[in-house]
Design a protein around this ligand. Structure first.
Ligand SMILES: Cc1cc2nc3c(=O)[nH]c(=O)nc-3n(C[C@H](O)[C@H](O)[C@H](O)COP(=O)(O)OP(=O)(O)OC[C@H]3O[C@@H](n4cnc5c(N)ncnc54)[C@H](O)[C@@H]3O)c2cc1C
Length: 474
């Protein structure tokens, strides 16, 4: 396993292909450091013996201890541990841990490459396992590039006016393939070492060129990462430890050569669609760990500001906090259920239950904005109007602001200020805006979870139940 420092060194050795604000930038650019710091947390806890078995796992390929973010789930317990690890690490960074994309994509590939081989006699699974061993041995950070730019949403990939609006194979060669197209919203791509590409939707026979999956180094020639990054507002006086942030990009494949050994699907349209759904399923299971953590972060601030404001015993406050507990623990509980009800795929990988994982993700997504609303409600308007930090430390206005920010006399002015600075980041920063939209759309827009639920749920048995209770015999 690597250290955070080794990870940073590896990023520094990559060829520059990250673009931001019209310029090509280095991967250790200060604007990316917030996200790099988040990923570094996954290395730090893996190295801490206190978290052995939670943030680490035993590779089923080599028997070696590996970072759990590179592991393929071999049991129900592995799925439970991934969920627990995700909630824990998200709490540590106060938001998304960001490395889940890689683990979810590798697990999906481990299942679908085997199923495809079994059905069609292809040899993707062995290729994939060879790449996985390299991924695990080098403790690499992988992003998952699933979401195509998609053009006209009402049209399939082959029906688009421009055929490049979904990533597609433009050339097949003996030694590999050439791909063209663009994925958007791809989180951590500027500070990931591997880009794992999977299709975004169900595909028809006519969409065969779009049924493509592969993994490539993120600095492969022809790959362009056009990036935006956010961090909570910079602190000059009140420091809290590691600065966190995130970055997402357009990943553009400008006729990129992918060597044969890194190609994991190449034209099998049925399995392309299955891979899209399988990745979404694993990712929604990850959400059953990260969304409860997001609620923990918001709920903790809501409870604390209620205490500082002297309103924590008011019935409406307790009611709102109870609502948050209900969301966090129901989502977490459904995640546990989806792990306990997991099934073993032909590859040996454990696959979470579709209905439990999707109801959890759906529930978390639709409640997210309500949680921000509750926090804003209990905090009052100050998170929006808090004067800049400098004014709290200037000789003229600092003492006055510290006097007038006081509420509960048992809480120091500095701590009142610290909490409202955090609330301001959580509710009103650019970073918070991104996190809110991510909470709704990440892993698929809300309707996608309902489609997955209704595609799997046994509604016929409920109709039979109604007939039985009504005495209908047919
Ligand atoms: C911060 C953030 C980070 C993300 N990170 C990643 C990542 O790392 N990797 C990755 O692959 N993806 C990532 N995503 C992408 C995410 O999965 C998508 O945003 C999501 O799937 C929605 O796709 P879209 O943004 O193209 O929106 P659209 O698909 O355009 O959705 C907009 C609306 O149109 C509806 N709609 C779409 N198609 C149809 C249709 N055919 N018929 C009827 N209604 C339709 C949707 O339900 C939705 O209500 C991220 C997203 C965000 C916001």
């Amino acid at each position: 396993m690597r250290t955070a420092q080794q990870y940073l060194e590896s990023l520094r050795n990559m060829k520059p292909n990250v673009y931001m604000n019209g310029q090509i930038i280095q991967r250790d650019d200060p604007r990316l450091m917030g996200g790099i710091n988040v990923i570094s947390t996954t290395f730090d806890f893996a190295a801490d013996p206190g978290y052995a078995g939670l943030v680490t796992a035993k590779s089923h390929l080599t028997g070696k201890t590996i970072n759990r973010f590179t592991h393929v789930h071999q049991s129900v317990d592995d799925l439970l541990k991934k969920q627990e690890m995700t909630r824990f690490l998200c709490q540590q960074v106060g938001g998304c841990i960001q490395r889940c994309m890689g683990i979810d994509a590798t697990n999906a590939l481990s299942v679908v490459t085997k199923d495809c081989d079994n059905a069609l006699g292809t040899d993707y699974h062995q290729r994939f396992l060879k790449w996985l061993e390299y991924f695990q041995e080098n403790d690499l950070v992988g992003c998952c590039a699933q979401t195509d730019v998609k053009g006209d949403r009402s049209k399939r990939p082959h029906e688009q006016v421009d055929p490049d609006l979904y990533v597609r194979i433009v050339e097949k060669r003996d030694d590999g393939i050439v791909v063209r197209g663009a994925k958007n919203h791809i989180t951590i791509a500027p500070y990931a070492e591997e880009i794992i590409v999977v299709p975004t939707r169900m595909l028809t026979e006519k969409d065969a060129d779009y049924a493509v999956a592969f993994a490539i180094p993120a600095d492969t020639p022809g790959v362009k990462l056009v990036t935006r990054a956010t961090m909570p507002r910079e602190r000059k006086y009140i420091k809290t430890g590691r600065v966190i942030g995130s970055a997402d990009c357009f990943v553009i494949f400008d006729d990129v050569f992918v060597p044969r050994e890194r190609v994991f699907l190449c034209g099998e349209h049925m399995f392309g669609g299955m891979l899209a759904l399988m990745f979404a399923l694993y990712h929604r299971h990850s959400y059953t760990g990260c969304k409860p953590a997001t609620t923990d972060v918001i709920m903790g601030q809501a409870a604390l500001v209620a205490e500082y404001n002297g309103i924590e015993k008011a019935p409406h406050v307790r009611d709102k906090l109870a609502d948050m507990v209900a969301v966090a623990e129901l989502v977490y509980g459904a995640g546990i259920a989806s792990a306990v009800k997991a099934k073993r795929a032909a590859s040996g990988t454990y696959v979470p239950d579709v209905v439990f994982a999707n109801v959890a993700r759906y529930h978390a997504g639709v409640k997210l904005y309500h949680e921000f609303e509750t926090l804003a409600d209990l905090a009052g308007g100050l998170p929006a109007t808090l004067p800049p930090e400098e004014d709290f430390y200037s000789p003229e206005t600092g003492p006055l602001l510290h006097k007038y920010i006081m509420r509960n006399p048992k809480i120091s002015a500095e701590n009142q200020h610290r909490l409202f600075r955090l609330l301001s980041d959580t509710l009103c920063s650019a970073h918070s805006g991104v996190m809110q939209v991510a909470g709704l759309h990440g892993g698929g827009s809300p309707i996608m979870e309902k489609i997955a639920i209704m595609g799997t749920y046994d509604m016929e048995s409920k109709k039979k139940l109604a007939k039985y209770l009504a005495g209908i015999k047919d």
